[in-house]
Design a binder for this molecule. Structure first.
Ligand code: PAD
Ligand code: ZN
Length: 363
């Protein structure tokens, strides 16, 4: 089968024929029909989000189950599924305490299946399952626990986005922060994930949703998705602008959705006394921000990390699908570009240029 392989950080992915071993007991093979291109895939390519190579990246995917390993009972051939890029073990402390996103086993196995082997290889050399998804491929093998069955009315491109951008963004608001109705929030960075923080804030009935970006087209999109105010950070000091827009108080929640050290520092300034800076963006490993600890103490501000929107996929993906059916969540409008596997490097360039909302690849 064809897949896009990352051999070393910073280099373009190579689309080539790769070997995929059949699913072992408890595993399934999925034909990947759609996969979004997330900034985290770009960060993996650049080596800023450390993931072992050689690998096949891609983690925001959906498709159809085409082969079952022995003893599979949760899905059958022909089922349409969304891929869980955190294939939680359902046994560790976190999984048994309602936090599958923090699964101990997934964080220890890093790019391998639960039995610590790979199903992917090229010329006999094993490849890692990049971002625990490896969806930049025509097919992929997953544990049966790592796929969530979806109904037939959800288009596959939209379904793929639920698997990361939508779950991460909406979940940061509704799950991680449980943002109360009437809150005032800022969303710094309105790309594929940030626009879903905006949508989540709208669902949560926030009074003010202030979108911050350096790209005029992203700010325009943010307004379509529910932003009440916009701040162009390319031409103004975003922290001061947020203060002005909130009568000098600051916002209840400032979501940083870029992974930029400077804007993460700014998000702390943007939060009101007693408010929250929420880090959704993943900043490069080995780099630090400056915080004056006394300011956190004396102003009662908190910094919160939000990982995959604290999703419990079996519980939350159906809720997101319901929001979409009720017209509260726009999935199709998030897709601004489409392509095939051979377009993957162009899709990364487009993210770097800030010119796309989300690219969906149909392998
Ligand atoms: P994206 O590249 O689509 O969006 C980033 C947005 O930030 C773009 O609209 C940029 O124009 C904007 N931007 C860049 N620099 C600035 C700046 N200085 N000031 C204001 N705006 C700016 O990325 P994405 O939406 O795919 O991902 C965003 C981040 O979220 C990224 O760090 C990714 O790795 C992370 C992520 N986290 C999780 C998680 O579980 N926490 C999941 C998925 C993605
Ligand atoms: Zn992602």
């Amino acid at each position: 089968m064809k897949a896009a392989v990352l051999y070393s950080y910073g280099e373009p992915l190579k689309v080539e024929e790769v070997d995929l071993a059949p699913p072992k007991a408890g595993e399934v093979k999925v034909k990947i029909e759609a996969t979004g291109v997330c900034h985290s895939d770009l960060s993996a390519r650049n080596g800023t989000l450390v993931f072992p190579v050689p690998c096949i990246p891609g983690h925001e995917g959906a498709g159809t189950v085409v082969e079952l390993g022995e003893g599979v009972s949760r899905v059958k051939e022909g089922d349409r599924v969304i891929i869980k890029w955190i294939p939680s073990c359902e046994k560790c402390w976190h999984c048994t305490h309602g936090e599958p996103i923090h699964c101990q086993d997934v964080h220890e196995r890093h790019g391998l299946m639960a039995d610590r082997t790979s199903r992917l290889s090229i010329g006999g050399t094993p490849l890692f399952h990049g971002l625990d998804g490896a969806t930049f491929a025509e097919e992929a093998v997953f544990d049966e626990k790592a796929v969530v069955k979806i109904p037939d009315d959800v288009p596959v491109d939209a379904a793929a986005l639920i698997g990361c951008a939508v779950g991460t963004g909406v979940g940061a608001v509704l799950n991680t922060c449980k943002v109360p109705a009437g809150s005032r929030v800022a969303v710094i960075g309105c790309g594929g994930v940030g626009l879903n923080v905006v949508q989540g804030a709208k669902i949560a009935d926030c009074e003010q949703i202030i979108a911050v970006d350096i790209s005029a087209s992203k700010l325009e999109a943010a307004q379509k998705f529910g932003a009440t105010d916009v701040v162009d950070a390319s031409s103004s000091n975003a922290s001061s602008a947020i203060r002005e827009l909130t009568d000098g108080v600051g916002v209840d929640y400032a979501f940083e959705v870029i992974g930029n050290l400077k804007t993460q520092e700014q998000s702390i300034e943007m939060a009101r006394r007693g408010g929250y800076a929420v880090f959704v963006g993943v900043a490069p490993f080995g780099q630090n921000i400056e915080i004056t600890p006394a300011i956190l103490t004396l102003t009662g501000r908190s910094i919160i990390g939000s990982y995959f929107g604290d999703m419990v996929p079996e519980r939350d993906f159906p809720k997101l699908i319901d929001f979409w059916r009720e017209g509260k969540l726009d999935l199709e409008g998030l897709i601004s570009e489409k392509g095939g596997l051979e377009d993957i490097n162009g899709a990364f360039e487009a993210i770097e240029q800030g010119s796309v909302l989300r690219t969906v690849i149909n392998p």
